[in-house]
Design a protein around this ligand. Structure first.
Ligand SMILES: NC(=O)c1ccc[n+]([C@@H]2O[C@H](COP(=O)([O-])OP(=O)(O)OC[C@H]3O[C@@H](n4cnc5c(N)ncnc54)[C@H](OP(=O)(O)O)[C@@H]3O)[C@@H](O)[C@H]2O)c1
Length: 232
């Protein structure tokens, strides 16, 4: 049986990843800040007894990340999905309204946490069969694609995440671990809003299809949910 660890598993794209991997019979380590309040995730877990395990994880809390790794002991993880992310409020206000404390927090969650997760769970991934790290980035982190300006905090945190994953792909290659970033599309979630272009189910099924096909040669690449490569 394959095992996937998903951050931000209580809603949006993370919850949909849980739903689809559990439906395929994967063991899902579903991590969220407050599992007690994660009603949709708890309902999903009840549909798949023994398959979805709920774990408390604020990805900005490095001590908690390390404790989770200890709790999971010698278990193996096939796929790590760094999905948790934030779009900072002050980004909606534009130039001249930057909240620098919020920027730092966005970096903690969007950029530093995926590296800390990779550093902490590399031994679990090394024991897995698939050995894949996915980080959910955004096209807004593409420098080539930036024609609209603004969104300094979000764009920079995702551009930096892209660079983190590029280095991970190189550093983890000798251990057979593949690391990629995915733009999920503009998705109907709390972050994407109701006018977004695609439902989470479509985004996640596209990403899952591509994740299932990844080879070592794909490591360090930036994909869209439809499997198309995106320019950095
Ligand atoms: N939706 C889109 O159109 C879109 C487009 C491009 C990229 N993305 C990326 O896709 C990923 C998922 O986004 P989404 O649309 O599903 O957003 P969402 O509906 O706003 O969900 C965000 C998730 O991240 C979690 N999270 C935030 N801060 C966290 C922390 N410190 N520790 C642990 N979990 C934390 C949230 O948990 P709480 O419930 O506890 O806050 C929630 O589960 C993000 O990385 C986002 O940047 C989304």
């Amino acid at each position: 049986m394959h095992t996937v660890l998903i951050t931000g598993a209580n809603r949006g794209i993370g919850l949909e990843f849980c739903r689809q991997y559990a439906a395929e019979g994967w063991r899902v380590l579903a991590c969220s800040r407050e599992p007690d309040k994660a009603d949709a995730l708890a309902k999903l877990a009840a549909l798949y007894p023994g398959l979805i395990a709920l774990h408390t994880l604020d990805v900005a809390d490095h001590a908690r990340i390390e404790r989770l790794a200890q709790e999971l002991g010698g278990e193996s993880i096939d796929l790590l999905i760094n999905n948790a992310g934030v779009y900072p409020d002050s980004d909606t206000l534009g130039f001249g309204h930057t909240d620098y404390a919020e920027w730092l927090q966005a970096f903690r969650i969007n950029t530093m946490a995926p590296l800390k997760m990779a550093e902490t769970f590399a031994p679990h991934l090394a024991r897995g069969k698939q050995k894949v790290i996915v980080a959910i980035t955004s096209k807004m982190g593409s420098i080539t694609d930036n024609a609209g300006g603004g969104s300094y905090l979000y764009r920079s945190s995702k551009a930096a995440l892209n660079m983190v994953v590029k280095s991970l792909a190189i550093d983890l290659k000798p251990g057979g671990i593949t690391a990629v970033v995915f733009h999920p599309g503009w998705v109907q979630t709390d972050m994407g809003g109701p006018n977004a272009m695609i439902p989470a189910a479509q985004s996640v099924s596209g990403m899952r299809k591509m994740i299932g096909r990844l080879t070592a040669a794909d490591s360090g690449k930036f994909f869209g949910y439809d499997g198309q490569e995106i320019l950095w």
